[in-house]
Design a protein around this ligand. Structure first.
Ligand SMILES: [Zn+2]
Length: 120
């Protein structure tokens, strides 16, 4: 499976037991590419299991690694997703629509009828 989105290098580093699905909006693709480059250098052996959006945040699952640097790289990418619009890559924050959560900027949120999330 190949998409013309520049993420094939990342797909090539998935473990063969799982389909190489990258299930996030385009706004996070730069975060993923930066993460992948750093990760490949820090731990060439580690393989992806799943890359997706969950509760409005990036989640990256890999084969187990004891490499602290690799873990920190993944953690930083996930943290960055919390302040990056998943749709356009601009500055974002948590938004909600019903029971759905997404990290979006103001204009992408308005386009899709999401409202800023307020913790009760
Ligand atoms: Zn946006």
């Amino acid at each position: 499976m190949t998409d013309d989105d520049g993420l094939d290098t990342i797909r090539s580093r998935f473990t063969r037991n799982y389909p190489p699905a990258i299930d996030t909006g385009k706004g996070w693709h730069n975060i993923l590419l930066e993460m992948d480059t750093a990760l490949a250098a820090a731990d060439p052996v580690v393989a992806y299991i799943q890359i997706k959006e969950k509760w409005g945040e990036l989640r990256v699952y890999t084969t187990s690694t004891t490499n602290e640097e690799a873990r920190a790289i993944i953690r930083r990418a996930e943290e960055k997703s919390r302040v990056t619009c998943e749709q356009c890559g601009g500055n974002g924050s948590m938004h909600t629509r019903g029971s759905w959560y997404r990290t979006l900027c103001g204009s992408c949120a308005a386009e899709t009828n999401y409202v800023p999330y307020q913790r009760r």
